[in-house]
Design a protein around this ligand. Structure first.
Ligand code: URP
Ligand code: ZN
Ligand code: ZN
Ligand code: ZN
Length: 452
């Protein structure tokens, strides 16, 4: 007899490729059956969740959060990337610990920032290990110079943060990261794409066939950078993050359109919260305001409201950008990111018609501020199932700290690496000395290029 049995009845099961009216039956955390009108015997010991008029969707996957992240204000002075030592750590993490992605910073000069040579080495290492290189794309040198200039002009408030990081600072770094990654055949995942300019660079690269994915975040889909000029210092500082939210008010719509049309692949949050006291470290100098905003609790609602309720994307694309694509890119699919027989029962029962108003007064995050304050969202989570256990239902949590489980991610995700490997096979053949010699003899030497 299985220990744990759960039936989700009467809902519409939504995956990234189709929606079907079906019940979902779960035993010991794994989906066993998906089909209409499941009748389960014996009924004893069976938990039943009613999903009538609701959607049954794969649990969201947030590709980018920082929990308990020692950052800006901590004393750490070490370089993130210290020659071959880190290279060995990456190898050991990939081979023994189920880590298949590494985030590299091009910003935060003198703390985390890597120069081009270091990026080249790190991307090469990712390629060797079968990992996905993630990059925070902002030109850290330019930010440092701009900040110095602004401070010397007496601009010390949060508006200095956005003035020091215009869109081209993000777009240039995005282009540079793509160029370097492409030079070493390393698949690239650009985290927190925040501006129209950077998104255009990324979309163009995909059209040129580069293996690159873009993540955008709830913050820049749900609010914007006009908040940096708010007269209330704490309000403005609460929005400080890197790359910054953009003052161009058409940015959220633009990014959502790119998500809907697959130029961007996933939504995350980059959740990295600091309370007002922590933000006040930068009271007299915007460069000292700890960077980061909330999002982890509200991402699904914000994406539903701005994406699905607005008519930009359908429920299937919603599942793709909140769950399935992340599972594919980071090699968790179809265990995660899909509701199907054999998948983990990480499931959300979603009411697309209900609304809720986001507020710091009612949220469950530890922080005292919410950047989406007052936003009314369609799309409300009715129940959450984690590995078969109902952990949230109708406002009540049933979880204890430490119940979460680390998920090992094998290297070389096929979704990402199949084309990388095939291209290398073809290139190796083209670079074969015999093939090159033949090409020269055929008189095509003016066309001759070496594929690195
Ligand atoms: O401002 C941000 N984004 N804080 C978190 C660290 C990072 O850069 O992702
Ligand atoms: Zn970042
Ligand atoms: Zn981050
Ligand atoms: Zn609405």
């Amino acid at each position: 007899m299985p220990k744990q049995r759960l039936l989700i009845k009467g809902g519409k099961v939504v995956n990234d490729d189709q929606s079907v009216e079906a019940d979902v039956y779960v035993e010991d955390g794994i989906v066993q059956q998906v089909g209409p009108n499941l009748n389960l015997e014996p009924p004893t010991g069976l938990t039943v969740l009613d999903a009538t008029d609701k959607l049954v969707i794969p649990g969201g996957i947030d590709t980018h959060t920082h929990m308990q992240f020692p950052f800006m204000g901590s004393k750490s002075k070490d370089d993130f990337y210290t020659g071959t030592k880190v290279k060995e750590e990456m190898k050991s993490l990939a081979e023994n610990k189920g880590v298949n992605s590494f985030k590299m910073f091009m910003a935060y000069k003198d703390v985390y920032m890597l120069n081009d040579e270091e990026l080249y080495a790190a991307f090469s290492c990712c390629r060797e290990l079968g990992a996905v290189a993630q990059v925070h794309a902002e030109n850290g040198d330019l930010i440092a110079q701009n900040s110095k200039k602004l401070l010397s002009m007496g601009i010390t408030g949060p508006e200095g943060h956005i003035l020091s990081r215009p869109e081209e600072v993000e777009a240039e770094a995005t282009q540079r990261a793509i160029t370097i990654a492409n030079a070493v055949n390393c698949p690239l995942f650009v985290v927190h794409v925040m501006s129209k300019s950077a998104a255009r660079v990324l979309a163009n690269a995909r059209r040129e066939g580069k293996v690159v994915y873009g993540e955008t975040i709830a913050a820049c889909l749900g609010t914007d950078g006009t908040n940096y000029w708010n007269k209330d210092w704490a309000h403005a500082a609460a929005h400080v993050m890197g790359p910054p939210l953009r003052p161009d008010p058409s940015t959220p719509d633009f990014l959502m359109n790119l998500l809907a049309n697959a130029d961007l692949s996933v939504t995350a949050t980059d959740n990295c919260t600091f309370d007002i006291c922590q933000k006040a470290l930068g009271k007299d100098d915007f460069t000292k305001i700890p960077n980061g905003v909330n999002g982890v609790e509200d991402r699904m609602s914000v994406v539903w409201e701005k994406g699905v309720h607005s008519g930009k994307m359908d429920e299937n694309r919603f599942v793709a950008v909140t769950s399935t694509n992340a599972a594919k890119i980071f090699n968790l699919y179809p265990k995660k990111g899909r509701i199907a027989v054999g998948s983990d029962a990480d499931i959300v029962i979603w009411d697309p018609k209900a609304t809720r108003t986001i507020s710091a007064k009612t949220h469950h995050q530890a922080n005292d501020f919410n950047i989406f304050e007052g936003m009314v969202c369609h799309g409300v989570c009715v129940a959450t199932v984690s590995r078969g256990k109902v952990v949230y239902e109708g406002g009540v949590f049933n979880v204890t700290a430490g119940e979460g489980k680390y998920v090992s991610r094998p290297p070389f995700p096929p979704y990402v690496y199949k084309r990388v490997r095939q291209r290398e096979k073809i290139k190796a053949n083209e670079n074969d000395p015999a093939v090159l010699t033949k090409a020269v003899h055929a008189g095509s030497n003016s066309q001759l290029t070496i594929n690195f």
